[in-house]
Design a protein around this ligand. Structure first.
Ligand SMILES: Nc1ncnc2c1ncn2[C@@H]1O[C@H](COP(=O)(O)OP(=O)(O)O)[C@@H](O)[C@H]1O
Ligand SMILES: [Mg+2]
Length: 161
């Protein structure tokens, strides 16, 4: 059965701090097995967002790196384990299977940049998508996902989209 994706709203983030603030607010709402896909071109703010989220839920203070190489970095977080992946450098979609993420999907939180480079249907249909857009005034974070995410995203107090 196909799960329909819903649009939950848009955040306008005029500064890095504003983007980090959304990530920090999302962090305590996450559970094990959550999948969050960060989409948008190079430099839109995906890693900035991911690092703030990781800092907010890591069990000990840490300075998250960008996982461009290697493609997967692992963190201990309040909910268990979080894997931060960046598939920008995948040479072909099937390379994603070399990371053995199937087990991770059943256990950990997965935060993925450039998920669109993985094979279609690699991720469970129940996931959150944050699509970043860049404008001179700042970044726009378009939030969408499976209906299961609706209540949690509403509690982020989204403005009208
Ligand atoms: N509102 C904003 N939100 C996020 N990043 C911003 C913002 N304004 C400027 N930036 C800058 O844009 C860059 C985003 O880089 P990064 O997070 O690595 O992007 P990506 O992972 O999408 O390639 C950083 O240098 C960051 O300081
Ligand atoms: Mg990045």
């Amino acid at each position: 059965m196909t799960v329909q994706k819903e649009r939950f709203g848009i955040f306008f983030c005029p500064t890095v701090r504003a983007t980090e603030e959304i990530a920090t607010r999302l962090a305590p709402l996450l559970f094990a097995q959550d999948v969050i896909l960060l989409q948008g071109n190079l430099g839109v703010g995906k890693t900035t967002f991911a690092q703030a989220l990781i800092r907010a839920c890591a069990v000990s203070s840490c300075t998250p790196k960008s996982p461009t190489f290697p493609c997967v970095l692992e963190y201990k977080v309040a909910q268990g384990r979080l894997l931060h992946c960046d598939f920008y450098r995948l040479r072909h979609a099937d390379e994603v299977f070399s990371f053995n993420l199937e087990d991770v999907l059943e256990r950990d939180i997965l935060l993925v940049e450039w998920a669109e480079r993985a094979p279609p249907d690699f991720f469970p249909q129940d996931h959150l998508v944050i699509q970043f857009g860049m404008r001179p005034a700042g970044r726009f974070l378009h939030i969408s996902g499976s209906p299961a995410w609706k209540a949690r995203i509403e509690s982020l107090a989204l403005p009208e989209s």
